[in-house]
Design a binder for this molecule. Structure first.
Ligand code: AMP
Ligand code: ZN
Length: 438
């Protein structure tokens, strides 16, 4: 059986048929690095890491190229750097390093290439020049715009009408635009913003052109899979397609377009104003990274996911059970697990199959779980202090000083320590064990 993937472009599941099985190529839009990544950003990273592992399994690791970019030029980045009084470079280097540390803890493999937008400005200028030559773009007042009516078939990916697109894009009205839908390929930069010399003056690229240039540089003008979150279908991916197809004269940019559903938190849209905005970094202070990974994969990637504390607790328990026999095993998919994953990455089904296995660890290893379930909270607790306090509590109980014994227990609870008292069945002695409570 082969790999089947849902294609946003055709709106159906299709047997995956790479252009060249000896060189399977995938591009996924990466983060804009201006702050810690949130748990919603982790979703495409984890989902497409699993797909990368599947492709390596199906075609051989040396036959798969995976590109995930870093957007390191953006107005949010410039604004944040100015706020902090540091250089843009310093900010993007710090936030990129944080991103790498976070996702490594989630069991994510590094992609084959991780291009940064600022390393590909020349390629962007080339594509923009070609688009102008071919009558798909025009320069106006230091800007270069893509002329949407010049492309037949614009809007095929999102399947929206022109009116819906105008509303959805919240199009900026500008006097230099020939059509309301036209979008920016290049814009002028004042001296206090990042800028590069170009045929249209000192300026910086629009966001969409970055991905057209980076994917072409590493994967060629036509490749197999393009992925990202569902919010990117329009306008970002629609515009990437318009730029690449019109510049390269191709009838498709990528064969398969894949989009993960959105993540919300405890039933609500995640937002800073609601106070439910959680970063991967914060979650990693409380949970092993692999618990976050499993919790993400328990929902099918195309469904919306509700990220809850209850879900995390269940995921922690599940992993603890599966890895009770220790972590060391070779990675190998059990046949039923593999069949589920080949069916458009049906992870809920794969997990159901793993519950039927006597030992799920090799399938888990193949899915990127190592069984490292070290509780990050436990490592922050001063073990010696906890043991001393437990000793003092036992002494207080022996002296029938219940008030003191309760006081020590409450102090431990306040430190996040849960005590469990039991009697040694042979000696009748009181034994106290403890764990870190969430
Ligand atoms: P950004 O840095 O905002 O461009 O986002 C990087 C990636 O994270 C994109 O693929 C987005 O679609 C994805 N993303 C952002 N927010 C969420 C969310 N709440 N749920 C799922 N994916 C998201
Ligand atoms: Zn992109």
């Amino acid at each position: 059986m082969s790999l089947t993937l849902y294609n946003t472009l055709t709106r159906r599941k299709e047997a995956f048929d790479p252009i060249d099985p000896a060189h399977v190529r995938m591009y996924v839009c990466g983060p804009t690095v201006y702050d810690f990544a949130h748990i919603g950003n982790a979703r495409p990273v984890i989902v497409f890491d699993l797909l990368y592992r599947m492709l390596r399994h199906e075609y051989g690791a040396e036959h798969v190229t995976y590109v995930r970019n870093i957007t390191d030029v953006d107005d949010k980045i410039s604004a944040r750097a100015a706020e902090e009084g540091i250089s843009i470079r310093k900010l993007t280097e710090r936030t990129t390093a944080q991103f790498h540390a976070d996702i490594a803890a989630l069991g994510v493999l590094p992609p084959s290439h991780e291009p940064r937008a600022t390393e590909h400005i020349a390629g962007m200028i080339d594509i923009i020049s070609t688009l102008i030559e071919r009558g798909h773009a025009y320069a106006a007042e230091g800007h270069v715009l893509f002329h949407v009516p010049s492309m037949k078939g614009y809007g095929k990916l999102s399947g929206r009408s022109l009116d819906e697109m105008v509303a959805g894009a919240r199009v900026e009205v500008a006097p230099y635009k020939k059509d309301a839908m036209d979008f920016v390929l290049w814009k002028p930069s004042p001296a206090d913003l990042p800028g590069w010399e170009s045929p249209w003056g000192r300026g910086r690229p629009g966001w969409h052109i970055e991905c057209s240039a980076m994917s072409a540089a590493h994967l060629g003008e036509r490749f197999d899979i393009h992925g990202g979150g569902i919010d990117l279908i329009f306008p970002h991916h629609e515009n990437e397609i318009a730029q690449s197809r019109c510049a390269f004269g191709t009838d498709v940019m990528a064969t398969v377009w894949m989009h993960n559903g959105f993540l919300q938190v405890e039933g609500q849209k995640m937002s800073k104003s609601l106070g439910n905005f959680i970063t991967i970094h914060e979650l990693l202070a409380d949970w092993p990274g692999e618990v976050l990974r499993l919790n993400m994969l328990r929902t099918h990637y195309r469904q919306p996911i509700d990220w809850t504390l209850k879900g995390l607790e269940e995921s922690a328990k599940m992993l603890g059970g599966w890895f009770a026999g220790g972590p060391d095993v070779a990675a190998e998919f059990a046949p039923d697990v593999l069949a589920a994953l080949r069916d458009d990455l049906n992870t809920p089904q794969a997990i159901a199959e793993m519950h039927q296995l006597a030992d799920a660890r090799s399938s888990l290893a193949a899915m990127g779980f190592k069984g490292d379930l070290t509780d990050p909270r436990a490592s922050k607790v001063d073990r010696a202090q906890v043991e001393t306090m437990i000793g003092q509590r036992i002494a207080a109980r022996d002296a029938r000083n219940w008030a003191e014994s309760d006081r020590i227990r409450d102090a431990l609870v306040a430190m996040g320590i849960q005590l469990k008292d039991s009697k040694d069945p042979r000696t009748g002695e009181l034994v106290t064990t403890w764990e870190v409570k969430r």
